[in-house]
Structure formats: C-alpha cells, structure tokens
Design a protein around this ligand. Structure first.
Ligand SMILES: O=C(O)CCC(=O)C(=O)O
Length: 256
C-alpha cells in the first residue's frame, strides 16, 4: 500500500483558495498512491481563529465537494485533513476520509479540543463519536492532533477493530519530542500503523514542527520527514499488523 503525507507549509499571506490550489498541485504528483493524508485546519490555517466562523462550511460545502472530486479523479483514498465545519450555529474541527471512488467513507469531529494557547476550545464544539471505518485496506481509525495525548481514544478504536490510525495535526515545533514519542507509543501499544501528517511554517508567530511520519505496529518509524514543506512517500505492508499481533500478543493479554 503506497501512502503519502502532504506536509504543508502554512503561510500567513496565503488565502484558503491559494492553499487549496497549492495542495491540488501537490496531489497531482501522487496519482499512483493508495492513500494520501493532509494536516489539520490547513486551508484556513490552524491559528487563524478570527477566520474560523467566516470560512466554516457545511459538510456538503465546497471544500468537501472539491476533495471528493479530487479523490475520484486521482483514484486515491484521501484523508483530506480537517476543516472548520458549521452545523446550525455550532462549529467543529472535522476531518473527512474519501474513497478512491469519491465517496465519504467517514467523518470525524475532533474530540479533545486544544485549550493551551489555542482558542479552539472557545469557538468549536467537541465531537462525541469515535470513527473507525472498514476500507479496502482494513479498518482505519481517525483522529486529530491533541487526541494523540489520550491513549484511551486509540484503545477504543482498537476495540472497534482499528488496524491503521490516521492522525491529522497542526502540532507545534516546541513540543515536537512529545509528538515523536506519541506517534511511536500509539503504534506499538495498539499494534497498529500510525500515519500522521503535520503542518510546517511560522504561522502567526507559532512554528509548526513537521515530522509527519509512518510508524509500524512494532513501533518502528518507517518514514519520517523534517520540518520543511515536503511530501512523505512510503509503502506499508498490511500483513505486518496480523504478524505482529500473533508474534507478540500483548493486545490479547489485556486484563483491564
Ligand atoms: O498537544 C499539543 O502539544 C499540541 C496539540 C495541538 O496543537 C492541537 O490539538 O491542535
């Protein structure tokens, strides 16, 4: 399974349309990939809290329609990262997984809203649904950034059958050691692949840390990129999930 993560630089002087245009050009390079993942609130810019309400869209709005078409056109499964979703008078940090046929496989509203140096928790409503979806590549669990600090979410995803965790993020550079550690921890404790995608760049005075990565179910980092804009490209072997779980059955040894 060929996977790619578009580690996007968020530039303050770019509009949502410009960022989408830029990402679309990067997607064109990934036509023979099976799965592509994008970061968190990348089109608006995670720290552009003053634009959240103005740029929010409904689930059938133009952002989702656009990436639905792209997934089909490029014949790839696309985890389009997250966008600010409006439903009635509520707003959510919502990510969407599209099939290569352009269907919405699942959506996920960030459950653990970030409140440390972030206005996310004031503007948005938290999600309350755990997302694990059956795909042609196995069962995939969806999560967002700060969620990584809450192992119980991933255990619940495993209990729902998850084999691959997709993590969309806007994680700061100053806590990148935590990010690296949590990517490995979530993979090895749950014997799942972790495929994560972070932003980079200096956005409104905050530096995103990059380090988008792919970690296998044994906790081995198969691929990791640095802290500048790039596309992480790698291949994963899905048989490793079952093989790891059989060889070292810690998931079966749970007591609690
Ligand atoms: O937990 C952290 O250190 C960063 C979390 C974050 O930036 C987010 O959830 O957007």
């Amino acid at each position: 399974m060929k996977v790619a993560a578009i580690q996007l630089e968020i530039k303050d002087n770019e509009s949502k349309q410009q960022r989408m245009h830029h990402v679309d050009a990067m997607l064109e390079q990934l036509k023979d990939y099976d799965l592509v993942i994008l970061p968190e609130i990348w089109a608006t810019g995670y720290f552009s809290f003053d634009k959240y309400v103005e740029e929010a869209e409904e689930l059938d709005g133009s952002f989702v329609q656009h990436y639905m078409k792209k997934a089909k056109e490029l014949n790839l499964m696309l985890f389009a990262g997250s966008f600010v979703e409006r439903e009635g008078n509520q707003f959510f940090n919502t990510s969407v997984l599209f099939s290569n046929e352009g269907e919405i496989l699942d959506t996920y509203r960030k459950i653990h809203l970030f409140r440390y140096g972030s206005k996310e928790g004031e503007i948005l409503t938290r999600g309350d649904k755990i997302s694990v979806v059956d795909t042609k590549f196995g069962k995939i669990g969806l999560s967002t950034c700060y969620d990584m600090r809450f192992p119980e979410l991933y255990r619940k995803q495993v209990d729902l059958g998850a084999e691959i965790f997709l993590v969309t993020a806007a994680w700061p550079h100053r806590r990148i050691i935590h990010w690296d550690t949590l990517n490995v921890a979530r993979a090895l404790e749950n014997q799942c692949y972790v495929i994560s995608c972070n932003c980079v760049g200096d956005h409104r005075g905050s530096f995103f840390g990059g380090h988008s990565q792919v970690v296998d179910p044994w906790g081995t980092v198969l691929a990791k990129v640095g802290d500048s804009e790039t596309i992480l490209k790698t291949e994963i072997d899905l048989s490793v999930i079952e093989e790891t779980r059989e060889r070292f059955p810690n998931l079966k040894h749970r007591v609690l």
